[in-house]
Design a protein around this ligand. Structure first.
Ligand SMILES: *Cc1c(COP(=O)(O)O)cnc(C)c1O
Length: 480
C-alpha cells in the first residue's frame, strides 16, 4: 500500500475498529486459550513474494492474531503489574509513528529533546523529587537500573573499567533485598560485576529490607577487603509492593559513600498523591530513581522515567561522540544519546505530554486514588471472608491473598490447591491474576490498576473468586 487515499481510508477504518475494541473489551477472554506454536502453525513459513491488500491483512489480524492476544487493557487484567494505555497516549503513539522521528540528539529532532526535558521536569515535580534530579526516558526499568549500576561502577573505578576493563577493581559489592526485582541481578551480571557479588539482604515481616542487616553486611565486606559501591532500594517490590525503609538505607549509603538507586518501577506513580510523599524521605541522599509511567500512569509501553542527581557521571559513563555525530549544540542542551546504551531513541516524550495535559495532574491523582480505594475495600472483604487470608500489607493496590481449605494443613498442599485455583480462574477468561511466593506460601496477586476499571469489574472478579473456591471445595469433598 503506497496510495495516500487508500491509507486514509484504512486508517479511518482501523480507528473505528480501535474505538469498538474498547467498547467491547469486556467480551474478550482476558487470556487466550491457545497452545504454544498454534499461531506459528497458522502462518506461512515463508514471506510472501508479492503484496496483498490491507483488507486481507486486517482480516488475518482479527482471525489469527487477536485470538492469541492477552488483553492487557481489559479491566479484569489483574496480573503482574499493568502496562496501561489511555486514549491520549494512543493518539500520541499514532503521531509518533507517523512522523517517525529519531530523537537521539537535539540536532536530529530538536522538539524531541526539548519536550523530553520539559515532561521529565513535570514528572519530577509531580512525584516530588528534589530539583537536583534530572530525567531521561528509557525503554524499561531494567535499562534504567542497568544505567545506574554502570554509572556507579564507573564512578567508583574512576572510569577505569570503561577504559581498561576489570584490572584493579574486581572487588565490588552491590546490595538489594531478597525481594528485589530480577532486573537488579541481571544488571549486575551485564555490568560484569557478577551475581556472586550481589548480596540479597533479608526482609522483615512486611517484606521490606532490614537496614541493620544491610549495615552489618557492608561492614563485614569492607573488613574482608571488598568495596561496596551501590545499594538498590525498592519502593514497591514486584512480589508484594513492599517498601524498603528509604530513609534508613539512604543514611547508611551516606555513611559509607555508596550509590543509592531507588527502584519504584510500579509504585512510583502513587507518589503523585500527597498522602505518599513521606515515602520519599531521604531521597536527597539517593543518586538515582526510576519509575515506569508505562505501568501505572496510563502511558503506552515503553516509557520508563529515570532520574539522576549527578548527570555528569552518567554521561561520562556512556559518552562517545564519533566525528559524524559531533554538533555545535552538544554543550548547550541535553544530548540524550549519551545518557544510556542506545544511540537511536524513540519520541517517547510526546505520549507523556499528551497524557499529562489531557488528564491534568488532578485527574491522574483521582484515577490512582480510586484504584487504591477499590483495593482497600476489596482487601477488607477478603479479610473477613471465611478461609481467605491476606499475606502481605496492601500498601497500594496490589492484594496478595490465598485460600486455606478446611481440610488442609501442610504448606505444600495448600500451595498446590491455590495453584489450581489460579489456573481455574485464569482459564475462565473472565479475569487474569498472577502469583508469587511469600515465605514459601503460594499467593495470588491481584492488582487493581486498569485505566478503565470500575467497581462492578472488581465485584464481578471477587464473586468469581468465591464461586471458584466453592467449586473446588466441593470437588475436594467429592473426591475425599
Ligand atoms: C516491573 C518492574 C521492573 C521491571 O520493569 P521493566 O520496565 O519491565 O524492565 C523492575 N523493578 C520493579 C520493582 C518492577 O515492578
Amino acid at each position: 500500500m503506497k496510495n495516500i487515499t487508500e491509507f486514509r481510508e484504512q486508517a479511518h477504518k482501523m480507528v473505528d475498529w480501535i474505538a469498538d475494541y474498547f467498547v467491547q473489551i469486556r467480551q474478550y477472554p482476558v487470556k487466550p486459550k491457545i497452545e504454544p506454536n498454534q499461531i506459528v502453525s497458522e502462518l506461512p513459513a515463508h514471506p510472501p513474494l508479492s503484496g496483498c491488500s490491507m483488507d486481507e491483512i486486517f482480516t488475518d489480524f482479527k482471525n489469527i492474531v487477536l485470538p492469541g492476544i492477552t488483553h492487557w487493557q481489559h479491566p479484569n487484567f489483574h496480573g503482574y503489574f499493568p502496562s496501561n494505555n489511555s486514549f491520549p497516549s494512543i493518539l500520541a503513539e499514532f503521531l509518533t509513528a507517523a512522523i517517525g522521528t529519531q530523537c537521539m540528539k537535539w540536532e536530529t529532532s530538536p522538539a524531541g529533546t526539548e519536550l523530553e526535558i520539559v515532561v521529565m521536569n513535570w514528572l519530577r515535580e509531580m512525584i516530588g523529587l528534589p530539583e537536583s534530579f534530572q530525567g531521561v526516558i528509557n525503554d524499561s526499568a531494567s535499562t534504567s537500573t542497568l544505567c545506574a549500576i554502570l554509572a556507579a561502577r564507573e564512578k567508583y573505578s574512576y572510569f577505569e573499567i570503561n577504559d581498561k576493563g576489570f584490572n584493579s577493581f574486581n572487588n565490588f559489592k552491590i546490595y538489594c533485598s531478597s525481594e528485589a526485582h530480577s532486573s537488579v541481578e541481571k544488571a549486575v551480571k551485564i555490568a560484569g560485576i557478577g551475581s556472586y557479588n550481589l548480596t540479597k539482604i533479608p526482609v522483615d515481616e512486611n517484606f521490606a529490607m532490614n537496614p541493620a542487616y544491610l549495615r552489618k553486611c557492608i561492614e563485614n565486606d569492607k573488613k574482608s577487603g571488598k568495596l561496596p559501591i551501590c545499594v538498590i532500594a525498592a519502593l514497591g517490590t514486584t512480589g508484594s509492593t513492599a517498601v524498603d525503609p528509604l530513609y534508613e538505607i539512604a543514611n547508611i549509603c551516606a555513611d559509607y559513600n555508596l550509590w543509592l538507586h531507588v527502584d519504584a518501577a510500579f509504585a512510583g506513580s502513587a507518589l503523585i498523591l500527597p498522602e505518599f510523599k513521606d515515602l520519599l524521605k531521604g531521597i536527597k541522599l539517593a543518586q538515582s530513581f526510576v519509575f515506569n509511567p508505562h505501568k501505572w500512569l496510563f502511558t503506552n509501553f515503553d516509557c520508563s522515567a529515570f532520574f539522576v542527581q549527578d548527570k555528569d557521571t552518567l554521561i561520562k559513563t556512556f559518552e562517545l561522540i564519533p566525528e559524524y555525530l559531533k554538533t555545535k549544540t552538544d554543550v548547550k542542551i541535553n544530548d540524550y544519546s549519551n545518557w544510556g546504551p542506545g544511540l537511536g531513541r524513540r519520541f517517547r516524550a510526546l505520549k507523556l505530554w499528551f497524557v499529562i495535559r489531557s488528564f491534568g495532574v488532578s485527574e491522574l491523582q483521582a484515577m490512582i486514588r480510586n484504584h487504591i480505594a477499590m483495593a482497600k475495600t476489596l482487601e477488607q472483604k477478603i479479610r473477613v471472608a471465611q478461609g481467605f487470608e491476606i499475606l502481605a500489607p496492601v500498601n497500594f493496590n496490589l492484594i496478595c491473598f490465598r485460600y486455606k481449605p478446611k481440610s488442609l494443613i501442610e504448606q505444600s498442599k495448600i500451595n498446590t490447591w491455590n495453584e489450581k485455583l489460579l489456573s481455574v480462574l485464569n482459564a475462565s477468561g473472565k479475569v487474569f491474576l498472577s502469583h508469587t511466593k511469600l515465605n514459601g506460601n503460594y499467593v495470588l496477586r491481584m492488582v487493581l490498576a486498569q485505566t478503565n476499571i470500575e467497581q462492578s469489574d472488581v465485584d464481578m472478579a471477587w464473586d468469581l473468586i468465591q464461586a471458584k473456591v466453592l467449586e473446588l471445595e466441593q470437588e475436594n469433598l467429592l473426591s475425599a
